[in-house]
Unconditional design. Structure first.
Length: 334
């Protein structure tokens, strides 16, 4: 039973009237169960919709360490969300967290739990990734440490397939075909995926950096045609942990360019503001007020406020007309 779908043996004991408390007697329990299976139709015992076979049950209770394993069976039985995850391959991961806390840093429990956890982890990963629920997948990945080395490859199979498929997909997207391909990578644009990457197991370090690099370069390619998408992806990239220093520097630099106060050229609103200032300047200079001569008027003597600084009008106009407000975005990671 240890390498198959988990079905709580405590349910069977309760169904058969076998105490699992301090007075539990393994020898007596074996005799009782042997008798129950002998009289059960077809040799199967049904309890609350779950089917128990003699082979599976005795394979578990005849283990030399069953007395220690029984403690974990009891604890899982008292953890309804964790029990549902193991028996039904689904659960509210938010509720499961409180129950998982009881088993942290317990090597014996990890060895007991991992073969049972392999199947639900694989199934739930496959479901969440197919639905592109990367935030929920990040919640599941918080418990990957419970998986032991022998079980990790199979448990992570859906995750590896997902990452490899996305690497191939991103490899074939560029600025020219982005509009057509955009729906296929919407999960990298609109979901909160940085936690998913931050919780990836160490086995996927290279895949993580590969996708990160491709998203950085894609952002560079679409910054003018799809600026909002570019900024959304950059907001996720800037929140990544454990990235190589050269990639991290590029992410920070590009994000500053995409979102900073000088990101992009002067907008059309700023252009109209410049024209309005120049127009008012001409009116002031050419105006004679109420018919009186203003020969002593000096426009530069009037102070204006711009970006929190006080300066003469001609200086402000020069700043607003300065074409150097454009920012270069041609940073790419190779």
């Amino acid at each position: 039973m240890a390498n198959k779908q988990y079905i709580s043996i405590i349910r069977l004991f309760n169904h058969c009237g076998i105490s699992t408390g301090e007075d539990f007697n393994l020898t007596r329990a074996k005799k009782h169960l042997d008798a129950e299976f002998r009289i059960a139709p077809g040799g199967f015992i049904e309890a609350d919709g779950y089917t128990y076979t003699r082979h599976d049950v005795f394979e578990e209770i005849e283990r030399p360490d069953f007395s220690n394993r029984l403690v974990f069976h009891r604890q899982i039985w008292k953890s309804p969300h964790l029990l549902q995850l193991l028996e039904k391959n689904n659960a509210d991961l938010g509720w499961v967290e409180a129950e998982f806390i009881l088993f942290w840093n317990n090597k014996q429990f990890d060895e007991f739990f991992s073969p049972y956890f392999l199947g639900p982890f694989n199934h739930l990963s496959r479901t969440l990734l197919a639905e592109r629920k990367l935030k929920e997948m990040s919640d599941l990945l918080r418990y990957e440490d419970f998986l032991q080395p022998a079980d990790r490859e199979e448990a992570f199979r859906p995750l590896r397939v997902f990452l490899d498929e996305n690497i191939r997909l991103l490899r074939n997207i560029n600025g020219e075909n982005y509009t057509i391909m955009r729906p296929k990578i919407s999960h990298w644009i609109f979901t909160d995926w940085h936690l998913f990457f931050n919780n990836l197991p160490h086995e996927f370090y290279d895949e993580k950096n590969d996708i990160t690099t491709r998203l950085i370069n894609l952002g560079v390619a679409i910054q003018k045609s799809h600026r909002r998408d570019c900024r959304r992806m950059s907001e996720q990239l800037i929140s990544l942990n454990d990235t190589p220093e050269n990639i991290r520097r590029t992410i920070i630099s590009n994000h500053s360019a995409y979102t900073g106060p000088r990101a992009g050229a002067i907008s059309w609103r700023s252009g109209w503001w410049i024209l309005w200032v120049i127009f008012m300047l001409i009116r002031v200079v050419s105006s004679d007020g109420c018919g009186e001569s203003k020969t002593d008027f000096k426009p530069s003597s009037i102070q204006y406020e711009y970006n929190g600084k006080s300066m003469p009008l001609d200086s402000m106009v020069k700043i607003l007309k300065d074409s150097n407000v454009k920012v270069k975005y041609d940073r790419m990671v190779h």
